[in-house]
Design a protein around this ligand. Structure first.
Ligand code: SF4
Ligand code: FES
Length: 201
Protein backbone atom coordinates (compact mmCIF):
# COMPACT_ATOMS: atom_id res chain seq x y z
CA UNK A 1 0.00 0.00 0.00
CA UNK A 2 1.25 3.46 -0.78
CA UNK A 3 2.36 5.91 1.90
CA UNK A 4 -0.07 8.36 3.44
CA UNK A 5 0.83 12.02 3.23
CA UNK A 6 -0.16 14.21 6.15
CA UNK A 7 1.02 17.41 7.75
CA UNK A 8 2.38 17.67 11.28
CA UNK A 9 3.25 21.12 12.63
CA UNK A 10 3.43 22.43 9.08
CA UNK A 11 5.82 19.68 7.96
CA UNK A 12 4.87 17.18 5.24
CA UNK A 13 5.19 13.68 6.67
CA UNK A 14 4.90 10.36 4.87
CA UNK A 15 3.52 7.54 6.98
CA UNK A 16 2.71 3.90 6.42
CA UNK A 17 -0.96 2.87 6.58
CA UNK A 18 -1.83 1.73 10.08
CA UNK A 19 0.66 4.02 11.79
CA UNK A 20 -0.56 6.28 14.56
CA UNK A 21 0.01 10.03 14.60
CA UNK A 22 2.58 9.44 17.34
CA UNK A 23 4.54 6.99 15.19
CA UNK A 24 4.38 9.31 12.18
CA UNK A 25 5.57 12.25 14.29
CA UNK A 26 8.40 10.20 15.77
CA UNK A 27 9.49 9.10 12.29
CA UNK A 28 9.77 12.79 11.36
CA UNK A 29 11.66 13.72 14.52
CA UNK A 30 8.69 15.56 16.05
CA UNK A 31 8.38 15.04 19.78
CA UNK A 32 4.98 14.37 21.37
CA UNK A 33 5.12 13.66 25.12
CA UNK A 34 3.90 10.25 26.33
CA UNK A 35 3.48 8.64 29.73
CA UNK A 36 1.69 5.37 28.98
CA UNK A 37 3.15 4.54 25.58
CA UNK A 38 5.86 1.96 24.83
CA UNK A 39 6.81 0.90 21.32
CA UNK A 40 6.66 -2.81 22.23
CA UNK A 41 3.16 -2.56 23.72
CA UNK A 42 -0.34 -2.18 22.35
CA UNK A 43 -1.54 1.42 22.58
CA UNK A 44 -3.42 2.00 25.79
CA UNK A 45 -4.62 5.61 25.81
CA UNK A 46 -4.58 6.07 29.56
CA UNK A 47 -2.67 9.27 30.23
CA UNK A 48 -3.81 11.57 27.40
CA UNK A 49 -0.62 13.63 27.68
CA UNK A 50 -0.11 12.92 23.95
CA UNK A 51 -3.25 14.91 23.04
CA UNK A 52 -2.91 16.80 19.75
CA UNK A 53 -5.23 18.81 17.50
CA UNK A 54 -6.26 17.27 14.19
CA UNK A 55 -8.09 18.85 11.29
CA UNK A 56 -9.83 16.55 8.88
CA UNK A 57 -12.82 17.03 6.62
CA UNK A 58 -13.30 20.60 7.86
CA UNK A 59 -13.42 19.69 11.55
CA UNK A 60 -10.91 20.16 14.34
CA UNK A 61 -10.72 17.59 17.11
CA UNK A 62 -8.52 16.76 20.05
CA UNK A 63 -7.25 13.19 19.90
CA UNK A 64 -4.71 10.94 21.59
CA UNK A 65 -1.76 10.74 19.19
CA UNK A 66 -0.81 7.25 20.40
CA UNK A 67 -4.22 5.87 19.35
CA UNK A 68 -5.30 7.90 16.34
CA UNK A 69 -4.39 6.39 12.96
CA UNK A 70 -2.88 8.54 10.22
CA UNK A 71 -5.17 9.63 7.40
CA UNK A 72 -4.53 11.21 4.05
CA UNK A 73 -4.32 15.02 4.27
CA UNK A 74 -4.71 15.09 8.05
CA UNK A 75 -3.38 18.33 9.53
CA UNK A 76 -1.90 17.79 12.99
CA UNK A 77 -0.83 20.43 15.49
CA UNK A 78 1.21 19.08 18.38
CA UNK A 79 1.53 22.37 20.31
CA UNK A 80 -1.14 25.06 20.65
CA UNK A 81 -2.66 27.02 23.48
CA UNK A 82 -5.42 24.41 23.82
CA UNK A 83 -3.07 21.42 23.67
CA UNK A 84 -0.65 22.96 26.17
CA UNK A 85 -3.50 23.78 28.56
CA UNK A 86 -4.74 20.18 28.46
CA UNK A 87 -1.26 18.82 29.07
CA UNK A 88 -0.72 21.31 31.91
CA UNK A 89 -3.95 20.23 33.65
CA UNK A 90 -3.16 16.52 33.18
CA UNK A 91 0.29 17.06 34.69
CA UNK A 92 -1.12 19.00 37.64
CA UNK A 93 -3.56 16.14 38.34
CA UNK A 94 -0.84 13.51 38.02
CA UNK A 95 1.52 15.48 40.26
CA UNK A 96 -1.16 15.41 42.96
CA UNK A 97 -0.89 11.60 42.81
CA UNK A 98 2.86 11.35 42.38
CA UNK A 99 4.43 14.51 43.79
CA UNK A 100 8.10 14.84 43.01
CA UNK A 101 8.20 12.19 40.24
CA UNK A 102 11.10 13.36 38.03
CA UNK A 103 9.45 12.38 34.71
CA UNK A 104 6.39 14.44 35.64
CA UNK A 105 8.40 17.36 36.96
CA UNK A 106 10.39 17.58 33.74
CA UNK A 107 7.19 17.80 31.70
CA UNK A 108 5.66 20.17 34.27
CA UNK A 109 8.55 22.59 33.69
CA UNK A 110 7.99 22.47 29.94
CA UNK A 111 4.24 23.09 30.19
CA UNK A 112 4.24 25.45 33.18
CA UNK A 113 2.26 23.01 35.37
CA UNK A 114 2.07 23.83 39.06
CA UNK A 115 2.63 21.00 41.50
CA UNK A 116 0.40 22.57 44.15
CA UNK A 117 -2.71 23.23 42.03
CA UNK A 118 -4.70 20.19 43.17
CA UNK A 119 -4.89 18.76 46.65
CA UNK A 120 -2.37 15.97 47.05
CA UNK A 121 -3.74 12.44 47.02
CA UNK A 122 -0.40 10.74 46.90
CA UNK A 123 -0.75 7.18 45.68
CA UNK A 124 2.55 7.46 43.77
CA UNK A 125 1.17 5.33 40.94
CA UNK A 126 -0.32 7.18 37.97
CA UNK A 127 -1.94 3.99 36.60
CA UNK A 128 -0.13 4.23 33.28
CA UNK A 129 -0.17 0.44 33.13
CA UNK A 130 3.31 0.18 31.62
CA UNK A 131 4.46 -2.33 34.22
CA UNK A 132 1.33 -4.49 34.02
CA UNK A 133 1.26 -4.50 30.22
CA UNK A 134 5.01 -5.03 29.77
CA UNK A 135 4.95 -8.04 32.05
CA UNK A 136 1.89 -9.46 30.27
CA UNK A 137 2.60 -8.57 26.63
CA UNK A 138 6.40 -8.75 26.40
CA UNK A 139 7.44 -11.09 29.22
CA UNK A 140 4.20 -13.14 29.17
CA UNK A 141 4.46 -13.63 32.94
CA UNK A 142 1.60 -11.57 34.40
CA UNK A 143 3.49 -10.99 37.62
CA UNK A 144 1.81 -7.58 38.09
CA UNK A 145 -1.89 -6.81 37.88
CA UNK A 146 -4.34 -4.02 38.47
CA UNK A 147 -6.58 -4.58 41.44
CA UNK A 148 -9.74 -2.76 42.55
CA UNK A 149 -11.64 -0.12 40.63
CA UNK A 150 -12.11 3.65 40.64
CA UNK A 151 -10.16 5.61 43.23
CA UNK A 152 -8.94 2.37 44.83
CA UNK A 153 -7.39 1.01 41.64
CA UNK A 154 -3.72 0.13 42.10
CA UNK A 155 -1.08 -2.27 40.87
CA UNK A 156 -0.04 -5.33 42.83
CA UNK A 157 2.66 -7.91 42.32
CA UNK A 158 1.31 -11.46 42.39
CA UNK A 159 3.64 -12.95 45.03
CA UNK A 160 3.60 -16.54 43.72
CA UNK A 161 4.65 -15.43 40.23
CA UNK A 162 6.90 -12.55 41.33
CA UNK A 163 8.88 -14.84 43.64
CA UNK A 164 9.78 -17.04 40.69
CA UNK A 165 10.19 -14.49 37.91
CA UNK A 166 10.95 -10.96 39.05
CA UNK A 167 14.29 -11.29 40.86
CA UNK A 168 16.06 -12.07 37.58
CA UNK A 169 14.07 -9.71 35.34
CA UNK A 170 13.07 -6.29 36.71
CA UNK A 171 12.84 -4.99 33.13
CA UNK A 172 9.74 -3.05 34.11
CA UNK A 173 11.51 -0.94 36.74
CA UNK A 174 12.91 1.71 34.38
CA UNK A 175 9.56 2.03 32.60
CA UNK A 176 7.75 3.43 35.64
CA UNK A 177 7.35 7.22 35.43
CA UNK A 178 7.23 7.37 39.24
CA UNK A 179 9.13 5.43 41.87
CA UNK A 180 6.08 3.42 42.90
CA UNK A 181 6.83 0.22 41.03
CA UNK A 182 10.17 -0.42 42.72
CA UNK A 183 8.68 0.39 46.12
CA UNK A 184 5.77 -1.99 45.49
CA UNK A 185 8.15 -4.74 44.43
CA UNK A 186 10.43 -4.42 47.44
CA UNK A 187 7.43 -4.31 49.75
CA UNK A 188 6.02 -7.50 48.20
CA UNK A 189 9.44 -9.11 48.30
CA UNK A 190 9.95 -8.18 51.94
CA UNK A 191 6.52 -9.40 53.02
CA UNK A 192 5.92 -12.40 50.79
CA UNK A 193 9.22 -13.83 49.64
CA UNK A 194 12.56 -12.90 51.18
CA UNK A 195 15.19 -12.31 48.42
CA UNK A 196 17.33 -15.32 49.37
CA UNK A 197 14.43 -17.76 49.04
CA UNK A 198 13.29 -16.22 45.72
CA UNK A 199 16.59 -16.78 43.90
CA UNK A 200 16.62 -20.43 44.97
CA UNK A 201 13.31 -21.20 43.16
S1 SF4 B 1 3.61 1.35 39.12
FE1 SF4 B 1 4.57 2.81 37.69
S2 SF4 B 1 4.60 1.75 35.70
FE2 SF4 B 1 3.12 0.65 36.99
S3 SF4 B 1 1.11 1.57 36.55
FE3 SF4 B 1 1.95 2.66 38.33
S4 SF4 B 1 3.03 4.44 37.48
FE4 SF4 B 1 2.71 3.02 35.77
S1 FES C 1 0.73 8.30 25.63
FE1 FES C 1 -1.12 8.52 24.53
S2 FES C 1 -2.63 8.32 26.04
FE2 FES C 1 -0.76 8.01 27.15
Amino acid sequence: MSDILLQIDGKKVEAKPGMTILQAAQSAGIVIPTLCHHEKLESYGACRICTVEVEARGRTNLVAACLYPVEKNLVVTTRSETVDKIRRTILELLLAHAPGAPALQELAREYGAKEARFEKEASFCILCGLCVRYCAEVKKKNAIAFVDQGAKREINFIPEIAAKECWRCKECFPLCPTSYLQAAYFLTEGLAFPPSSASEK
